[in-house]
Design a protein around this ligand. Structure first.
Ligand code: 3PY
Length: 253
C-alpha cells in the first residue's frame, strides 16, 4: 500500500482519528477500524516518549505523531522511533516552520540545511540497522505538518506555506478560535470563515491542507474546501460519548 504521504500528495482524502488516551490497546483497535491514519497526540495526551514508542509499534511507520511543542529534539525522538508523519502545534512564523522542516531532515545534497542527527544503528526507524536504505531515503519518507492555530499564524500563512520542507498545514480550530477571541466557540461564523480562507490559501500554495472536525457535515465541508488530511474523530470523544449514551439507557432524564 502506498504511504500516507504519497496518498496525500496524490490528492486522495485521508480520514483520521486522534488518539489521546495514551493506550496501546486503543491504538490497536483504532488501526483496524478503517481509518486512513491514526495520530498519537503528544501535545495533550498523557504520553512520554516510551508511551509513543509503544503505540508506534502497534501502528507501524504510518503512525502520525503530534509533538508537544515546536522543538527540534522532540521531532528527532519521534522520527527515530520510525514514525514518518509529524504534526507540530502552534507554528506562527516562517522562521519556526523552517526550523521544524530542517529538524525533520538529515543534511543531504538536496536539503543541506537539514539538522536531524544520525544514529542509524541505534534506532527503531532504521530497523536497528537492518534497513540499510533508511538514512538515504528518510528525507523523502518523512512528512511535516505545521499547525495553524493563531491569528499570527493566519497573518503569516502564505510565508509559512512557502517554506521548503513543510509538506502540509493543519488548522487547529479550537486554538484558532481562542486566539481570535472566540474561546470554546468554534461555530462562530468569523472562525469558520477564517478556516475557509486559510484552507483556500493552503491549497493555493500547493501544500497539503489539513483540518479537524468531529461534526461530519463540517468535516465534509473542509474536504470540499480542499482539505485532504481530515481528522474526524478522537478516541476520547468516541468513548465518552458512547459511555454517556449508555447511561442514558437506564437514566433517561
Ligand atoms: C485545535 O483544535 O486547536 C487542535 O489543535 C486540535 O487538538
Amino acid at each position: 500500500m502506498a504511504s500516507l504521504k504519497s496518498r496525500l500528495q496524490a490528492g486522495s482524502v485521508q480520514h483520521g482519528v486522534w488518539l489521546g488516551l495514551g493506550s496501546a490497546a486503543v491504538a490497536e483497535i483504532a488501526t483496524t477500524a478503517g481509518f486512513d491514519w491514526c495520530l498519537i497526540d503528544g501535545e495533550h495526551g498523557p504520553y512520554d516518549i516510551a508511551a509513543v514508542a509503544d503505540q508506534a509499534r502497534v501502528l507501524g511507520p504510518e503512525a502520525c505523531v503530534r509533538v508537544p511543542k515546536a522543538e527540534d529534539w522532540m521531532i528527532k525522538q519521534v522520527l527515530d522511533l520510525g514514525c514518518h508523519t509529524v504534526v507540530v502545534p502552534m507554528v506562527d512564523t516562517p522562521e519556526q516552520a523552517h526550523e521544524m522542516a530542517c529538524a525533520m531532515r538529515y543534511p543531504s545534497k538536496e536539503f543541506p540545511q537539514g539538522t536531524r542527527g544520525i544514529a542509524s544503528s541505534l534506532v527503531r526507524a532504521s530497523g536497528y540497522n537492518h534497513d540499510t536504505d533508511y538514512v538515504t531515503q528518510a528525507n523523502d519518507r518523512v512528512c511535516l505538518f505545521v499547525q495553524i492555530e493563531s491569528v499570527t499564524a493566519l497573518e503569516n500563512l502564505d510565508a509559512i506555506c512557502a517554506v521548503e520542507g513543510v509538506d502540509g498545514a493543519f488548522i487547529g480550530p479550537a486554538d484558532l478560535a481562542a486566539s481570535m477571541g472566540y474561546l470554546h466557540d468554534l461555530d462562530a461564523p468569523e472562525v469558520q470563515a477564517a478556516i475557509d480562507n486559510a484552507l483556500r490559501r493552503i491549497v493555493a500554495s500547493g501544500k497539503i491542507a489539513g483540518a479537524f472536525s468531529f461534526k461530519p457535515d463540517r468535516a465534509a465541508h473542509y474536504v470540499e474546501m480542499g482539505a485532504t488530511m481530515v481528522a474526524v474523530a478522537s478516541d476520547v470523544a468516541l468513548l465518552s460519548g458512547a459511555l454517556r449514551d449508555c447511561t442514558k439507557g437506564f437514566r433517561p432524564d
